[in-house]
Design a protein around this ligand. Structure first.
Ligand code: FPP
Length: 258
């Protein structure tokens, strides 16, 4: 098998990529970015230092994702439950997000990345929403990888919003009996219309989904690494892809050996 290695990869990344089957790359990867606080604590730094460093990891991972032509990358950046953290930390994260969006749009444009969001965006501070709308607009002509930031996101809230939206559609279309309630209908009322992720990566070793994409992850392969998010980079992403390609996806069927 001869693989053309995309430009811009490090030597180690090129070696890892060359061992992958480009026909079987996941189309959509979701990431639970965890471990910023622990990364900082291990260095006797405040937690926010971990979040700052986490931005660099985001930069490296989206660049690699775009270079290897992933179709979609969804990043869990702020959960609905994260509001329970001290106000100083949530305010810092909101400010970091605004700065991130302002500074990183050129990188997204260089890499042809389309930026989108999922979550209860209307509940975020107005100045954050404004910056988010600006960044989406700035990247709206891009045609490459779709990068979705999950912000003020909770999967149960998404399901509740989907049920509300289905009931509203029913009310406008002559009642529930006129709707076929099936998986396709529920999927079409989720925040994003992307195909379900093929792979979900969680950093820092926790074995939980933490209310992330519960509907969409039904058949998704799960990859948990001990690496803390600020230490995660494009090379780690390629290692996760290699692991993914060693698996056999069965979707409830029996395996090829049977
Ligand atoms: C989890 O680490 C991380 C978060 C709650 C925030 C994620 C934010 C970033 C990766 C940086 C900013 C990203 C963007 C897109 C602006 P944790 O704080 O829960 O770590 P811990 O479990 O070790 O305490």
């Amino acid at each position: 098998m001869h693989t053309t290695v995309p430009a811009g990869l490090t030597r180690k990344q090129a070696e890892l990529y060359a061992k992958l089957d480009p026909e079987r790359l996941p189309q959509h990867i979701a990431v639970i970015m965890d471990g910023n606080g622990r990364w900082a604590r291990r260095r006797h730094l405040p937690r926010i230092a971990g979040h700052k460093r986490g931005v660099e990891a985001v930069r490296d991972v989206i660049t690699l994702g775009a270079r290897i032509h992933l179709q979609a990358l969804t990043l869990y950046a702020f959960s609905a439950e994260n509001w329970k953290r001290p106000k100083t930390e949530t305010s810092f994260l909101m400010a970091l997000l605004r700065t991130y969006l302002k500074n990183e749009v050129p990188l997204m444009n260089e890499n042809n990345i389309q930026l989108r969001y999922i979550g209860r965006i209307h509940e975020l501070p107005p100045e954050v929403q404004e910056r988010m709308a600006w960044a989406t607009d700035q990247t709206s002509k891009n045609t490459g990888m779709v990068m979705t930031l999950a912000l003020n996101y909770g999967a149960r809230a998404e399901l509740i919003d989907a049920f509300r939206s289905i009931l509203e559609a029913a009310a406008n279309n002559g009642g529930l009996e006129h709707l076929t309630i099936d998986e396709a209908l529920v999927s079409s009322h989720m925040y994003s219309k992307l195909p379900d992720p093929d792979l979900v990566i969680r950093t820092s070793g926790e074995m939980r989904l933490s209310n992330f994409l519960l509907w969409q992850l039904a058949y998704t392969e799960i990859y948990v690494t001990q690496t803390l998010w600020p230490d995660f980079d494009g090379t780690h992403l390629l290692e996760a892809l290699a692991d993914f390609q060693r698996r056999e996806r069965r979707y409830g069927n029996v395996g090829a050996a049977f």
